[in-house]
Design a protein around this ligand. Structure first.
Ligand code: SF4
Length: 274
């Protein structure tokens, strides 16, 4: 019996498989629940505030004060978000959570002037079929320049990657460029990662070669996933990322046993050793 293949590949799944095949299996195939974190949910809050800023407000009206109003609106929406509710933050922690989101939003204005941006889409879901495998991704914002070029923007609310992980992040950028070219028929001129915590922008210019390279790498990753599923062979790859892994309890590198995993058991919590 072989493992079922995941239904699609996204930039995060490609990175996850390359970072650690076993963690990928636990997440994408066994679908073990992963506890959310304040940082992840804060990212959702900031993304929503920026989406509202570009969706509801025309250029010329996108000021820090208006962005603060959008954060208020996003914060009100978040009170019933299951992931936020799951965090069960005490009142003091909620205040810090909200203040940190506000700082990230303020930092955004240090990177670019939103009134100079012609956004033609936000939170765009793109999907293409590449030789039988679905590649999919969500573009935070798509801009059209005065000379008719497309710019893809991805907001990052965590810390900018250390050099060792930067190439992986930029691989995700090429993924977006590939989706854009396939679905919209045009290669974006730039892809920009806006790291709001620093704040810093990492800008990449996709080329024919970089996009074809992505296509080859995505195909190779998919073939490797197929082989791993057929052979039921997903190996652990211990690294600094283990510190943030939700699946240590099942990982042989930490004394766990993957055969104890109950696949698709969304209601079964993962016991994370202290
Ligand atoms: S603990 Fe480390 S080696 Fe084990 S599954 Fe997680 S990331 Fe992989």
């Amino acid at each position: 019996m072989s493992f079922p293949l995941p239904s699609s590949l996204s930039p995060s799944k490609v990175s996850s498989f390359k970072d650690c095949a076993l963690a990928f299996r636990f997440s994408a195939i066994d679908k073990l629940p992963e506890p959310t974190s304040p940082a992840m949910v804060r990212g959702t809050l900031v993304h929503r505030a920026l989406e509202l800023l570009f969706w509801d407000e025309a250029a010329g009206h996108r000021t820090p004060a208006v962005a603060a109003e959008k954060l208020d609106q996003a914060w009100a929406e978040m009170q019933v978000d299951p992931e936020f509710v799951e965090l069960a933050l005490p009142v003091d922690d909620q205040t810090k959570f909200r203040d940190d989101a506000s700082t990230l939003l303020d930092n955004y204005f240090a990177i670019e002037d939103p009134n100079a941006v012609n956004a033609i889409g936000t939170e765009l879901y793109l999907e293409v079929d590449l030789g039988g495998v679905k590649l999919r991704g969500i573009i935070d914002r798509l801009d059209l320049t005065a000379d008719g070029e497309l710019i893809v923007t991805d907001y990052k609310t965590g810390k900018a990657p250390r050099a060792a992980y930067e190439n992986g992040r930029l691989g995700g950028v090429q993924f977006y460029a590939f989706l854009c070219e396939q679905v919209l028929g045009r290669r974006p001129k730039h892809i920009q990662l806006l790291h709001l915590a620093e704040p810093v922008a990492i800008i990449s210019t996709p080329t024919e070669q970089s996009i074809r390279g992505l296509e080859q790498r995505a195909t190779a990753v998919w073939r490797a996933i197929e082989r791993a599923c057929e052979r039921e062979d997903f190996r652990p790859k211990p690294s600094g990322l283990c510190d943030y892994c939700s699946f240590k309890a099942y990982c042989p590198a930490f004394g766990g046993d993957p055969s104890l995993v109950v696949r698709d058991a969304a209601a079964v919590p993962v016991a994370i050793p202290a």
